[in-house]
Design a protein around this ligand. Structure first.
Ligand code: SF4
Length: 446
């Protein structure tokens, strides 16, 4: 079957090995999905393109895919829609990795004391980082999510600092003292956040790679040390698209697919629950999206530690990919719906699929809860990453907002812990606030 126009996205100019062509039919793929059979990559591609035999997205076929996914969602998790009371606490924006989809980083040399020019980035001291989290916990927050730039002055601990040679450019290392605000170590930041009583969701596979550069340690050693320091769960971000020919275009400085998987397996082997993500809507095609889902499903078959899958629609504004004219726009709403739906159908071993209101906005985010998603992210008291990449949406969702939005679509609002082991239905007239956090007493967050 031919390659559909929608499926080719804006990636026509890349000479990819993997293209969205299959010998499956849309009808057979849909039947497999409806009957609950494990989907092949060809099935996934047929569903996510609404058939490679026709160009563009067919609206009637799309509705059939969304319906199948919504029904599957109801069978797997019922009518509850979950959310978590959380705070974002990214400790630094300094980064030299230069991913082309990112506007979070500021080239790290600007942070050095000798550099005079102004920049919009920041590094938090250990004390500042801890206080932000302590304040949020006092308000009732349960979780801190912390994902940072790969600051050259960041190391796992003091032992790591001693191993790192500032003269070796391959290590991307400088002693903390050369920076206006010297960063603490990864272990210190994690311990500081954990001491507040918050559940610490941090250390992506990319950060763990940075935390072992130049040392003779494996990922497992690093995750074990971090777990001992208070790390509770791991965000499976830095995944982008887990197909190397796409990574070579958008993030050549990052770890490859094999290393990402190895790192996640290491996290699982020390007992850490984790999430998995996909960032789509840039230079990848439909085959890449589905191959990514297969990498995640295989990883979950081996580990069982993935609590939820989080599709992230690429926010193109203010990113190098957009500024260089490589990507004109992000995914369409129809593509978002199909991404969520096929994630639900393809990942038969992952219980929860998230609709991210930060990426999609409220209205579209609510629609996606009817396309297979059942988790609606978190309150997020601050969210530098999306703001700096030009995301247009507000930065905070109160419990009352959540209750109103979720009840408006006839579902049941449920406050959850990060790993879903604790859940509480939020019912009755407001005002509502969190109750699961160590200091939470049902008072609204703000
Ligand atoms: S995505 Fe992460 S690693 Fe890449 S440039 Fe941005 S902050 Fe650095």
């Amino acid at each position: 079957m031919g390659m559909s126009r929608a499926a080719s996205l804006s990636a026509d100019e890349f000479d990819y090995e993997f293209v969205p062509e299959t010998d499956q039919s849309f009808e057979n793929a849909l039947a497999n999905a409806r009957d609950g059979r494990r989907l092949s990559v060809a099935d996934g591609v047929e569903l996510i393109t609404t058939g490679t035999d026709t160009p563009g997205i067919d609206p009637e076929r799309k509705e059939l895919v969304l319906e199948a996914a919504d029904r599957r969602r109801a069978e797997v998790v019922g009518e509850e829609v979950t959310f978590v009371a959380n705070v974002n606490n990214n400790v630094t924006t300094a980064c030299n990795t230069g991913c082309l989809f990112c506007n979070f980083k500021d080239t790290a040399h600007q942070f050095e004391t000798e550099h005079d020019a102004d920049h919009a980035g920041f590094t938090k001291t250990l004390e500042e980082s801890r206080e932000i989290v302590a304040d949020a916990v006092e308000r009732g927050v349960y979780e801190v999510t912390s994902v940072s730039g790969l600051h050259p002055g960041l190391a796992l601990n003091e032992e790591h600092h001693e191993l790192l040679d500032p003269e070796n450019p391959e290590l991307n290392y400088k002693p903390p003292g050369v920076y206006d605000t010297p960063p603490a170590t990864y272990e210190e930041y994690i311990r500081g956040m954990a001491e507040t009583g918050a559940h610490v969701h941090s250390m992506t596979p990319e950060e763990v790679e940075h935390a072992q550069r130049g040392a003779d340690w494996d990922y497992e050693h690093v995750y074990r040390e971090l777990h001992d320091a208070g790390l509770d769960t791991v965000p499976g971000t830095a995944a982008e698209i887990l197909v190397d020919e796409v990574r070579d275009v958008i993030c050549p400085g990052k770890i490859d697919t094999g290393e990402w998987v190895e790192s996640m397996e290491a996290a699982a082997s020390v007992g850490l629950p984790m999430t998995a993500t996909i960032m789509y809507g840039h230079v990848e095609n439909a085959m890449h999206r589905v191959k990514h889902l297969q990498v995640v499903r295989d990883l979950q078959d081996r580990t069982g530690n993935i609590t939820e899958f989080v599709p992230l629609s690429f926010v193109h504004q203010n990113t190098p990919l957009h500024e260089h004219g490589v990507v004109e726009t992000g995914a369409s709403r129809e593509e978002d719906e199909l991404m969520i739906a096929v994630s639900r159908l393809f990942l038969d071993n992952v219980e929860h699929v998230q609709s991210s209101w930060v990426k999609y906005g409220d209205e579209h985010g609510m629609k996606l809860l009817n396309c297979g998603a059942d988790d609606f992210m978190g309150t997020i008291l601050s969210e530098e990453i999306t703001k700096r990449a030009g995301g247009e949406y507000g930065e905070f969702r109160s419990f009352d907002d959540y209750v109103e939005m979720i009840e408006a679509i006839g579902r049941v609002p449920v406050e959850r812990s990060t790993d879903y082991t604790e859940r509480r239905r939020v019912t009755g007239d407001g005002p509502h606030g969190p109750t699961l956090g160590p200091e939470a007493d049902g008072t609204p967050l703000l």
